[in-house]
Design a binder for this molecule. Structure first.
Ligand code: ADP
Ligand code: ADP
Length: 225
């Protein structure tokens, strides 16, 4: 579903990615694992069209997403959650509704979808609360509801649990597994925690020196030859 072909990214003279090649299959959970500064965020941001590669190509369902003049339809297939829980200063419902408003959904549809999305992340009844008064873990669940409310085919999670307490980590991990299993959403997440990769991912890409040093199942990646 996502094909990375020789993807490179330089910031000025700084080489961050250099020759990332690999595939994410439809319906799988794919982990990008690497140490801090290895380029995980950079790679997810390229997939999410938040930045453009210096070289190489990223294809989604066969389309080079950065070559398209109008990549709105591809952008609409993707939801992303960032490392730092990013909620704006409004109610939880408003935070979740933004993606739907951009799509011009009707009021009743927005209302139903907000309820469903909050219910999914275990925050039913939180709609009227101010998002900034919630705990970090709850804010991250609001961010997840906001990403899921548009029913994305691809969910990108950039170190989604890096700033959370252990209970919230387990909650987010459980939600990711359920979303993938129940909705069939393809998930790409990044982590510096190889145990998290092992727990969640069907396949893992190990990012080192700007490229995938290895791509395979957790068993393949973590078992010494
Ligand atoms: P990771 O997510 O694995 O921690 P990042 O993708 O955030 O890694 O960063 C990889 C490297 O790219 C770091 O050295 C970082 O400083 C650099 N980098 C990321 N974004 C920019 C930018 N906009 N300008 C310059 N350097 C950047
Ligand atoms: P507006 O001025 O557009 O009516 P509201 O804040 O009343 O703004 O509602 C914005 C949208 O979010 C509406 O479509 C509404 O149905 C939905 N909404 C507002 N609060 C909630 C909530 N607590 N739970 C679910 N949906 C909500």
């Amino acid at each position: 579903m996502i094909e990375l072909k020789n993807v490179s990214k330089y910031f000025g003279d700084t080489r961050v990615l250099d020759g990332v090649t690999g595939k994410v299959n439809r319906g799988e959970i794919f982990a990008v694992i690497g140490p801090s500064g290895s380029g995980k965020s950079t790679l997810l941001r390229l997939i999410d069209l938040l930045d453009t590669p210096t070289g190489g190509a990223i294809r989604v369902n066969g389309t080079d997403i950065h070559a398209e003049q109008r990549n709105l339809s591809i952008r609409r297939m993707m939801g992303m959650v960032f490392q730092k829980p990013a909620v704006f200063n409004a109610t939880v419902a408003e935070n979740v509704a933004v993606g739907l408003r951009f799509r011009g959904a009707s009021k009743s549809k927005i209302h139903t979808r907000i309820e469903e999305a909050l219910d999914m992340v275990g925050l039913a009844g939180y709609g009227e609360r101010r998002a900034r008064t919630l705990s970090g873990g709850e804010m991250q669940r609001v961010a997840l509801a906001r990403a899921m409310v548009i029913e994305p085919e691809i969910l990108l999670l950039d170190e989604p649990t890096a700033n959370l307490d252990p209970v919230s980590v387990a909650t987010i991990e459980d939600l990711a597994v359920r979303i993938n299993r129940d909705l069939g959403t393809t998930i790409v997440f990044s982590t510096h925690d190889m145990y998290q990769g092992q727990r969640l991912a069907h396949r893992i890409g190990v990012l080192m020196n700007g490229m995938f040093a290895q791509v395979g199942t957790p068993r393949e990646v973590f078992t010494l030859p």
